[in-house]
Design a protein around this ligand. Structure first.
Ligand SMILES: Nc1nc2c(c(=O)[nH]1)N[C@H]1C(S)=C(S)[C@@H](COP(=O)(O)O)O[C@H]1N2
Ligand SMILES: [Mo]
Length: 247
C-alpha cells in the first residue's frame, strides 16, 4: 500500500470494523497510535490539569482575519499549487519517528477533526478571533509513532522572509495539547492564502509568531541546536523573540 494513501484506507477499514489490513504494519501503527494517545499525552503533560486557551462564541468571530508576516509564498510552485486548489499539497512528517509519512490533503481531512474559536495575539499589538478546523497534531504524531528520544516538534514552512525559510517549534507538552491542530479551514472555509493556505499550525497558548503558516513538514527532534539558527524559530533566531511565547 502506498504510504500516502494509508490513512484513508486505514480509516475506511476502521469504519468497516475490519482489522485484517493490519498486516501492512502501517495500519497497525495507526491503531497503536490511537491507543497510545493518552499515554503520549500523559507522558508529555504529567498528570496535572491541562490548561486550555479560552474558546469563544461564533458571534465573537472577527469579520476579517488579517494576514501578517508572509501573506503568500513566492515562486511558481506555490502559484501552481494555488491554481489547483492545493489538491496535491503534501505534508511530510518525519524525524525521530518509527513510521514517517507523507500526508495528502485528503489524509489530513480524513482524520478526526477539531474546530475551535480562539483569539490570535500578535506580538506587534493586534488580535483577531477566528474559528479553526483541522486534526489535532497528536493524531498525526501518534500515526507516525514518535520515538522516546524526541523532545521537540519542528514546523517547516514553504515561505521565505528576507531569503530565509520560516520555521517554528514547540515542546511535546504543546505538541500533544488538545488545542494544537493542523488547521486547513478558517471560519468554515479552506484557509485563505494570506492566513497560510493550505495548512497552518494553531498553537493556542502561545503568541502569533509560533503559529507556522504554509506548512510543508513536521519533524520530531531531540534538540533544536542543529535546526537553522538553533533558537527554535525564524524570529527567535533573529530578533530575540522568546522561544516559549506563552500567553
Ligand atoms: N510561514 C509563516 N508563518 C507565520 C508567519 C510568517 O511570516 N510565515 N508570521 C507569523 C506571525 S508574526 C503571525 S502574527 C501569524 C499571522 O497569522 P495570520 O497571517 O493568519 O494573521 O502568523 C505567523 N506564522
Ligand atoms: Mo505576529
Amino acid at each position: 500500500m502506498r504510504r500516502r494513501n494509508f490513512l484513508l484506507t486505514a480509516s475506511a477499514a476502521m469504519l468497516a470494523g475490519c482489522k485484517k489490513i493490519g498486516d501492512t504494519g502501517a495500519f497497525q501503527g495507526l491503531v497503536d497510535g490511537a491507543e497510545s494517545w493518552h499515554r503520549g499525552l500523559h507522558r508529555a503533560l504529567g498528570f496535572g490539569r491541562i490548561e486550555m486557551a479560552p474558546e469563544y462564541d461564533v458571534t465573537d468571530i472577527s469579520p476579517y482575519f488579517r494576514g501578517n508576516g508572509s501573506t503568500s509564498v513566492d515562486g511558481p510552485a506555490y502559484a501552481a499549487a494555488q491554481a489547483s486548489g492545493f489538491a496535491d499539497w503534501q505534508l511530510a512528517v518525519g524525524g525521530l519517528v518509527a513510521n514517517p509519512l507523507v500526508l495528502s490533503m485528503d489524509d489530513i481531512r480524513g482524520l478526526p477533526q477539531r474546530t475551535q474559536i480562539t483569539r490570535h495575539d500578535c506580538v506587534e499589538g493586534w488580535s483577531a478571533i477566528g474559528q479553526w478546523t483541522g486534526p489535532q497534531l497528536s493524531r498525526i504524531l501518534d500515526a507516525v509513532r514518535v520515538e522516546e528520544g524526541a523532545r521537540y516538534v519542528v514546523f517547516h514552512c514553504a515561505d521565505t522572509l528576507g531569503g530565509a525559510r520560516y520555521y517554528e517549534s514547540c515542546d511535546m507538552a504543546d505538541a500533544y495539547h488538545p488545542q494544537t491542530i493542523v488547521a486547513h479551514r478558517l471560519n468554515g472555509r479552506p484557509l485563505p492564502v494570506r492566513n497560510g493556505a493550505p495548512l497552518r499550525l494553531r498553537l493556542e497558548r502561545q503568541l502569533g509568531y509560533k503559529h507556522a503558516k504554509y506548512l510543508t513538514g513536521i519533524e520530531a527532534v531531540a534538540s533544536l541546536e542543529d535546526i537553522e539558527g538553533g533558537h527554535g524559530g525564524y524570529w527567535e533566531d533573529r530578533s530575540g523573540y522568546q522561544w516559549y511565547a506563552g500567553i
